[in-house]
Design a binder for this molecule. Structure first.
Ligand SMILES: *[C@@H]1O[C@H](CO)[C@@H](O)[C@H](O)[C@H]1NC(C)=O
Ligand SMILES: *[C@@H]1O[C@H](CO)[C@@H](O)[C@H](O)[C@H]1NC(C)=O
Ligand SMILES: *[C@@H]1O[C@H](CO)[C@@H](O)[C@H](O)[C@H]1NC(C)=O
Ligand SMILES: *[C@@H]1O[C@H](CO)[C@@H](O)[C@H](O)[C@H]1NC(C)=O
Ligand SMILES: *[C@@H]1O[C@H](CO)[C@@H](O)[C@H](O)[C@H]1NC(C)=O
Length: 366
């Protein structure tokens, strides 16, 4: 019962927004030339974006001392200096915001009470985090990220209201670090992993349900990317082939995620959670060595642009004298991967192009 009333409120709100905008438009002589279709398009766009996740979504939350993302050469392509993004430029969050015509939301860490920059929503994603504790307890897991958001809605209602959330879109992108932390554990086995996967999906589903109950109407959650294709894995084969064993485990995760999302959507009689298929979009781009339009080309798609010069060093590492201990390719636009784990801006753009039609289908009334 509670769920179905939620659903109706979501629709109800949409109608209110539409009506208000038509009235506002009608009352303003400057807008008289607008076509009717523009009014309804504008009226139903989400007003804000809220993000929970890890380094694929983070736009500057992790402390400077904890991550290479704040060091050169991160941010080389955009905006030209490090901003805490784990890439040479824009990341998933930026492209997802662009789809809705929204500005990329402010990273939570930079929020100022009373500041105006909260109007686009907020990014609570922290690189390195997961649904469970990962490598460092300095990184808020997804539950803690939602706690941060809840505080802005309850303690300080002036920041965000339930209504804001209802007219917003939510992006959830993580769990790669949960598996990295699991495999790094001593005594981790393939069998153990098989039973760990349902625990991760279950915790993710609990978190998604919590966000829905807080009032979110539209949530996009990413399917897990092909971990076996990340440079950290493929360097064993000189960046020639993906690790199929690992991708099998990823497929199992993604299958369980689809089922969990179908169950959540069925409970509410509203398909408000959408699985953003990072697995197929990554593999499509990697197989095609570019985007489908042929604007972007990645000759050696598994090879990262930025690498440590030897093991023990990674992209962004410097020695005690400040000497660079990494190399950067001459053209980041021709590389899919930026570092051992993350796509370049061009990589994300190609992934976004691959995802665009399914985004358009799901968010068709926007
Ligand atoms: C609520 O917001 C005000 C300013 O808008 C700020 O000074 C205060 O610290 C906030 N309270 C909490 C509990 O975050
Ligand atoms: C998330 O982190 C908090 C704070 O460290 C911890 O209390 C909680 O158990 C964690 N949640 C999960 C699901 O691991
Ligand atoms: C693929 O990954 C599995 C599990 O991490 C590992 O045991 C195996 O050695 C890897 N295979 C190759 C060819 O790298
Ligand atoms: C959806 O929910 C109904 C009842 O709540 C149940 O009978 C049905 O099996 C569910 N379908 C799926 C696909 O979970
Ligand atoms: C720093 O440079 C000096 C002089 O070239 C060299 O002796 C020393 O080993 C370097 N230190 C490190 C940490 O590379």
């Amino acid at each position: 019962m509670e769920y179905s009333s939620n659903f109706f409120f979501c629709c109800f709100l949409l109608i209110i927004i539409t009506t208000t905008n038509i009235r506002a438009t009608g009352g303003s002589p400057h807008h008289h030339h607008h076509k009717k279709i523009e009014v309804s398009d504008y009226a139903s766009k989400p007003t804000k974006l809220f993000v929970f996740g890890d380094s694929y979504a983070d736009t500057g939350n992790v402390q400077k001392s904890l991550a290479n993302s704040w060091k050169q050469p991160y941010g080389l392509t955009f905006p030209g200096k490090p901003t805490g993004r784990f890439s040479d430029g824009r990341v998933l969050t930026d492209y997802f915001a662009k789809f809705f015509g929204l500005k990329s939301p402010l990273a939570y860490r930079w929020m100022k009470f009373g500041g105006k920059k909260v109007q686009n929503g907020m990014n609570f994603a922290y690189g390195g985090s997961g649904v469970f504790e990962t490598s460092s307890n300095l990184l808020p897991n997804m539950s803690t990220q939602i706690d941060f958001f809840e505080k802005l809605m309850t303690i300080n209602e002036s920041i965000y209201t339930k209504r804001d959330l209802k007219s917003s879109v939510v992006l959830v992108s993580l769990v790669g670090n949960d598996y990295a932390a699991y495999t790094a554990r001593s005594g981790a086995t393939a069998q153990g992993l098989q039973s760990f996967i349902p625990l991760v999906v279950n915790q993710l589903a609990v978190n998604l349900k919590r966000i829905k109950e807080m009032g979110a109407c539209k949530i996009a959650v990413t399917a897990l990317q092909p971990l076996g294709c990340l440079p950290q894995m493929t360097q064993l084969s000189s960046f020639k082939q993906c690790n199929a064993t690992q991708n099998l485990a990823v497929n199992f995760h993604n299958l369980l995620l689809q089922q969990a999302v179908a169950k959540l959507n069925n409970e509410t009689k509203d398909s408000s959670i959408f699985v953003l298929d990072l697995y197929n979009s990554f593999t499509t781009v990697l197989n095609q060595k570019g985007d489908y339009q042929g604007d972007l080309k990645f000759e050696t798609p598994l090879k990262p642009c930025c690498m440590g010069i030897s093991s023990g060093y990674s992209c962004g590492s410097v020695d005690g004298n400040g000497t660079k201990m990494y190399s950067v390719c001459s053209d980041p636009k021709s590389a899919f991967f930026w570092d051992a784990l993350h796509p370049t801006e061009a990589g994300w753009r190609a992934v976004y192009m691959a995802l665009k039609s399914s985004l358009e289908q799901f968010f068709k009334f926007y």
